[in-house]
Design a protein around this ligand. Structure first.
Ligand code: 3PG
Length: 210
């Protein structure tokens, strides 16, 4: 877990990927790597998630390929079998969190309230995904949530963009920010991988000194 978090903190951005077709996994992975961001949270919002994780993690063993929008243990097992190096859940799931903790699988559980955060803290986990960040008060809420749990750090996701990411990353409680702006589904569907690479590079340049 610590090793994964160290890499995520170095990269500062976790692209949230929605792939409708697993054939896009390789060009997308290549675009992210070429843009300087060898990490992806491939979401289980589509039927192509597992195959995409498998293709990406086999082709790019150095890349941090994780699974997002994991809502049950079955998806979690499938993601790990396909090579996912970490699990992200959109909200708190007792069964998924327990399964990951028992099996030494790095997990960032989703939270947006103190109650959910307490559950994550009780598992001894150091980082939670704060989602959906913009809609639940952004940085102000993160600071308020962090006050009673000084050991906790956060990965805000939801409404993060080039316009606000520096503000988030300036807060030491924030390990990295997640977002889909550089990997939007329409760009993927249209095969605009050069554009994805350019947007990724622009994001990486922006956060370079954050
Ligand atoms: C997620 O699942 O983490 C979010 O949908 C990403 O949010 P964004 O599309 O606003 O970046």
């Amino acid at each position: 877990m610590q090793e994964l978090l160290k890499k995520v903190e170095e990269l500062k951005i976790v692209p949230v990927v929605v792939l409708e077709d697993a054939k896009d996994a390789l060009p997308l992975g290549q675009a992210l790597i070429d843009g300087g961001l060898p990490v992806a949270e491939v979401t289980f919002r589509t039927a192509a998630a597992a195959d995409s994780i498998k293709a990406m993690s086999e082709a790019f063993p150095e890349m941090l390929v994780g699974a997002g929008t994991v809502v049950n243990v079955e998806q979690c097992k499938q993601a790990i079998e396909c090579g996912a190096k970490f699990i992200v859940t959109p909200g708190y799931s007792e069964e998924v969190t327990t399964y990951c903790c028992e099996n030494n699988i790095p997990i960032l559980p989703g939270v947006c309230t103190p109650t959910e955060l307490m559950m994550v803290v009780n598992h001894g986990l150091p980082v939670a995904k704060f989602f959906p960040a913009a809609q639940f008060g952004g940085l102000k809420t993160i600071k308020a949530l962090a006050a009673p749990f000084p050991q906790m750090r956060f990965m805000p996701t939801g409404g993060v963009s080039e316009a606000n990411i520096l503000e988030y990353l300036a807060e030491p409680k924030i390990i990295a920010a997640g977002g889909s702006w550089m990997v939007k589904g329409d760009l993927v569907k249209a095969g605009k991988f050069d554009e994805i690479k350019a947007m990724t590079k622009s994001a990486v340049d922006l956060v370079k000194n954050a």
